[in-house]
Design a protein around this ligand. Structure first.
Ligand code: SF4
Length: 371
């Protein structure tokens, strides 16, 4: 009998597919959408608990659309790639207004929504509506490039176009198989045809694709897909200000397009390329540095007489996917709260920090600074 990629994968899945993930076995497009967005660039282990918490807090599209964005950001805090949370919220509002609260039912309509790319739209349409729409996430790109021996760079548009054609051509002909096939492809890429230790290279090669996989047959499994050339991550530095008065801390909401956009954080200086020079602030030069940082456009009424002390804290290192950041913290204690009129600034009680969406390194720093 002729080899059929989809059927082979579905048979494999019955025995080896992942089980016990909280987003499996649902046809609810809302729940599928939330899981697909959370799983982008994030490990399954990091998502499981967050996903359940998110659905508990926002069980329906309507509840998400109605929620204040700050609540959504707070729940997303620590997951990274915050534009995903902003897009989820915006998308829920668009579906409520433009689609009467009903999730769009085709890949094309789904793809027109913010934050939903072609592969995510394909996954939602396949899982929720059994649409014959392919997916092409990073794992699937690897599986298909190996299986078909496609050697091009996976970032290259020409290679991506070729992979989409293969993904489309391999779909099951029976639509009812789409949810299982799509899950099987995801599971196979995540657990068997992995970047470094695919099952076919183990002592007892057990991949069901070996007889038809081009990379395996031509002994190029380690060469396909082409390895990305690593470029050095740029390093930045900044100063951050923990301005506190008794139990209150001054926080600033970050601009939507900034890194950690929409989250609250400490007031900071603009990031600069890392150098050895950083002017450390002391009580003596506090006035100059705080003026430079806080006066400008922040509409803070600063009374320097209210500064009781300025201390430096240990440098915080944070590594993003494509850059590094060193933050030099200053702990500025006031005897009276400065008046704030800028809506992006707010005084928050330490005990309420758990309810606020903060970047993870800032949350850790604030927790350690309270001990
Ligand atoms: S034979 Fe190896 S490279 Fe080919 S699909 Fe199986 S695990 Fe992946």
């Amino acid at each position: 009998m002729a080899f059929n990629f989809a059927n082979q994968l579905i048979t494999w899945h019955a025995e080896h597919g992942r089980t016990g993930m909280p987003w499996q076995n649902t046809r609810d497009p809302y729940a599928i959408w939330v899981s697909e967005i959370m799983l982008q660039q994030t490990q399954v282990s990091a998502v499981s608990e967050r996903y359940q918490r998110f659905l508990k807090r926002f069980p329906t599209l309507k509840s998400l659309a109605k929620a204040p964005i700050d609540d959504v950001m707070a729940l997303w805090s620590g997951l990274g790639y915050y534009s995903r949370a902003r897009n989820l919220h915006r998308c829920a509002q668009i579906i409520m207004v433009e689609y009467g609260g009903e999730f769009p039912r085709t890949r094309e309509a789904l793809e027109s929504l913010p934050g939903i790319g072609r592969s995510t739209a394909g996954a939602i349409a396949a899982f929720a509506y059994e649409e014959r729409s392919p997916i092409l996430d990073a794992n699937v790109k690897r599986v298909l490039s190996r299986f078909h021996g496609i050697e091009g760079d996976l970032q290259d548009q020409k290679t991506i176009k070729e992979l989409w054609l293969k993904a489309e051509a391999q779909l099951p002909s029976v639509t009812a198989k789409m949810p299982t096939y799509t899950q099987a492809l995801m599971d196979f890429g995540a657990t068997w045809c992995t970047p470094r230790q695919p099952k076919c290279l183990e002592a007892h090669a057990q991949c069901p694709m070996t007889r038809h996989c081009t990379a395996y047959k031509t002994k190029r499994v380690n060469e396909i897909p082409a390895k990305k050339k690593k470029s050095a991550s740029p390093s930045f530095q900044t100063s951050i200000f923990l301005i506190q008065c008794g139990e209150f801390i001054l926080l600033e909401r970050r601009a939507p397009k900034a890194i950690w956009g929409g989250l609250y954080s400490l007031i900071e200086l603009p990031w600069e390329a890392q150098s050895k020079d950083i002017t450390l602030m002391t009580v003596r030069n506090a006035r100059k540095i705080l003026s430079k940082t806080l006066l400008g456009d922040k509409a803070l009424e600063i009374d320097y007489k209210q500064i009781m002390s300025v201390q430096t804290g240990s440098v915080i290192q944070h590594i993003f996917s494509h850059r590094r950041l060193q933050m030099y913290p200053y702990l500025v204690s006031l005897n009276k709260k400065w008046h704030v009129s800028d809506p992006s600034l707010m005084w928050v009680k330490r005990k309420d920090l758990a309810e606020i969406g903060l970047p993870q390194p800032i949350r850790i720093f604030l927790e350690s600074s309270s001990r």
